[in-house]
Design a protein around this ligand. Sequence first.
Ligand SMILES: Cc1cc2nc3c(=O)[nH]c(=O)nc-3n(C[C@H](O)[C@H](O)[C@H](O)COP(=O)(O)OP(=O)(O)OC[C@H]3O[C@@H](n4cnc5c(N)ncnc54)[C@H](O)[C@@H]3O)c2cc1C
Length: 351
Amino acid sequence: MRENERIIIIGGGLTGLTLAYLLSKKNINATVLEASSRLGGRIQTTKGALLTPLELGATWFSDIHPNLLALIDELGLQKFLQFSQGTSLFQTDLNEPPQRFVVPENQMSSYRLAGGTQILTDTLAKKLPKETILLNSKVTAIKETENGAVLETDTDKILEADKVIVCVPPQLVSTSVMFSPRLPDALHHLLPTVQTWMAGSIKFTLEYDSPFWRNEGYSGILFSHVGIVAEMHDHTNFEENKFGFTGFLDGAGASYSFEDRRRFVLQHLANLLGVQALNPTAYFDKVWTDEFVLGDNPVIPHPHYNNGHPLLQQSYMNGKLFFGVTETATQHGGYMEGAVIAAQSVADKIR
Ligand SMILES: Cc1cc2nc3c(=O)[nH]c(=O)nc-3n(C[C@H](O)[C@H](O)[C@H](O)COP(=O)(O)OP(=O)(O)OC[C@H]3O[C@@H](n4cnc5c(N)ncnc54)[C@H](O)[C@@H]3O)c2cc1C
């Protein structure tokens, strides 16, 4: 790498921020352009009325994610075990009582981050010089020039770079960023086919002032084929003094209003866990289809389709353009582990 090369990272999710952090450790300052008004991308922790960290995006990881675990450790963050003790419920038929089961103790552990997953991206961002992160900067065009590349944003900002790393899901890139000259045909045709993990999913989260389900011997785990809540887990915080649930809603929920989803979720849980479920201190949900994750693209139903494709490992525009997002990772594509692997892979390439 030449001295004082201008590096621009497009996308302030886990991959973009980890990459900026890895480069900063080599004394390379990169500029991060983030389209939305917040960092984190598919990591988004919100807080309820009682300040419980509540996940709208990525939540769990495990021992098969060594690169993520090492990063968490390096940043001095604290992981803790997902609670699963007690009676779990599996609902297959509306007219039958739910099946009850207990999660075996020796099952592979699932972890969460103390303080909420967003502490990971927030901590990475704090390690970077403030002026190198630009929010509300959606890149719309990347044009190769003789010596580098010129980037345009939706606010008509023009930025020049020697190297550009696109840390945005490939499918979204295919319809939101114009490349000049056009990308090679094979890559041009590949980008729209790369599945974006969790695009189209609906995550919900609830906060309560007491863990009423734990007091009744329930784990908080629910799988349902019949109600609006498709999957749910206990969401009590690390300190065990703030309580709630998080999980996924059935895809049909996207066509309901927020108020209807809230009402159906509370009723579903009240039927299974008791009337206390009707009085949360907070309810949030998020349909992950917005312009920062999916845009006007269709949801690709085949999980991880074309993730880690060889064409996503190469550089383009004569070594000036790289792709790096969890979907480009050759292992664990789609997951936070994939995001860390993708960042490490690009950091090695542009060294
Ligand atoms: C509901 C849900 C649940 C999940 N659960 C888990 C889980 O439990 N465990 C797990 O490991 N993973 C989970 N994931 C996946 C995990 O969130 C991702 O693997 C990870 O956050 C991806 O990070 P990334 O930086 O690669 O991509 P992203 O987070 O998608 O970051 C891309 C960034 O680019 C920005 N951007 C988009 N277009 C532009 C543009 N034109 N210009 C500038 N910026 C742009 C976006 O706003 C975004 O900030 C979940 C995801 C969702 C949505």
